[in-house]
Design a binder for this molecule. Structure first.
Ligand SMILES: [Zn+2]
Ligand SMILES: [Zn+2]
Length: 76
């Protein structure tokens, strides 16, 4: 049984979301979204929204770091 890392609610497999940064399980209510800028191999930029937990919501100073982490995650 998976529990939401934020509110502690028990979640069914189809209900659970995972933070894109720290991989914590989240329920729908506790999932936040942030927008990251991505670049294609053709250097074209686009924006993508990814699920994150409240602890990983970006602050300005972290934004660059988070973008890098996300890039690494998506490259795998
Ligand atoms: Zn929750
Ligand atoms: Zn997180």
């Amino acid at each position: 049984m998976v529990r939401c890392s934020d509110c502690g609610k028990e979640l069914e497999d189809e209900e659970v979301r995972y933070c894109s940064i720290c991989k914590s399980p989240l329920c729908i209510d506790c999932t936040r979204y942030m927008v990251v800028m991505r670049k294609t191999i053709y250097k074209k930029e686009y924006y993508e929204s990814i699920p994150v937990c409240k602890n990983c919501l970006p602050e300005k100073k972290l934004k660059e770091k988070l973008n890098k982490i996300v890039d690494e995650i998506l490259r795998i």
